[in-house]
Design a protein around this ligand. Sequence first.
Ligand SMILES: [Zn+2]
Length: 464
Amino acid sequence: MARLLEELGFALDQLRAQHQGPAGLARRREARLAAIVTHARTSSPFYRRLYRDVAPARHSGGVVLAELPPVTKQELMANFDDWVTDPAVTRAGVEAFIADPSRVGTPYLDRYFVCTTSGTTGYPGIFVHDPRSLAVSQSFILRIDLAWLSPPELLAMARRGLRWAAVVGTGGHYAGAGWVQWQRRRSRWRRRAFQAFPVQQPLAGLVAALNDYDPSAVTGYPSALALLAEEQLAGRLHLKPVVVELAGESCGPDVRARIAEAFGGALHDAYAASEFTPLAFDCAKGWLHVNSDWAILEPVGADYRPTPPGEPSHTVLLTNLANRVQPIIRYDLGDSVQAKAGPCGCGSPLPAIRVAGRRDDVLRLLAADGTTVRVLPLAVGSALDETPGLHRSQLVQTGPAALRLRLEPEPGADAAAVWHAASGRLLEYLAGLELGNVGVVRAAEPPEQSGLSGKFRQVIARVP
Ligand SMILES: [Zn+2]
């Protein structure tokens, strides 16, 4: 009961903050930032060392974020036991906990939620959230539902009852599947209201399980929902969701349109990370609005200097204002983000961004004149997606100026013709970027999901 009241308190405060506009959001952000930095300095030996030469917060001006040195996942993971603020939490203890898959979504040390990143393209991370951080994450549901659902949609949801299907990777302690398990453990009605469906299971089994559950809300990776959209259009899947949420991967407009056509209902994008969920949610104007009363996102260049609004950043620094047990302050999240210049046309006072892609997947290709050219995954993906007869594709970088193209033609399509058309489009696109020297090889293998997380990446950059 106390937990529910705490969540309700956070949810109402969020609505009040939004109503008060940018000033109300900033006031909360600054107070919470000062508190988390003070806490990190006093209770985390890692931050105490890191901030040794940084002046303590001035009484009048509060904390100046830009004066704090950024941190990376590698650095934090290497100093795990010094990073956490509860000495009972240790890397050895958490690793023993996550080694047991039956403990997904169960509390570590009776109170902490633990999740890991898959680490297929980067360095694996282990994140520990305290009860307050969980309550804040939970409380965003009200803000997001009120923004996403019209009164008739809210009514439809109430009539059908909440049955929320998450089509996600379940092969480990991932944030999505773990969060669903955590919910299910809380009460009997939540056991009915939340269910995870393993994205890795055979499609026929997934379709049968979803038909049986009859969800009123569906969330999943766009690649998984695109496959399910084909099943729905073929008449084998019969879902009638009030809302469909895309999360975990970027997707092009064609994939999005196909999912919308198949499922109907409200289609929305969320931007979440294991380090903070949920970071942002989309609006009718196609922008993602950051929950800026509890999270700070700073788009920056490779030198960690601010990237001006309107330009895609090299990476983005995240500050989590809710989680005390594992302070995340100016943390290099690795995504390329573009901040919107000026207010959003939808009227939301929350800052608006677009996510261009994971930095790991931004291709850096060597041009003939020796310069390095950056190619964003969404741009190269949409160049390929328009190929007739192509179901899906995956581009793997194998050298400074070498790419391998994996293709999956539509059933009945001529594979050779699809290769000819797709590689032609790709070479033409590259030539337009002065990258006519880049070689493209036809892969024998089809596109592959990555590891246990089951996420699909259209572009895989392997060369640093
Ligand atoms: Zn907006």
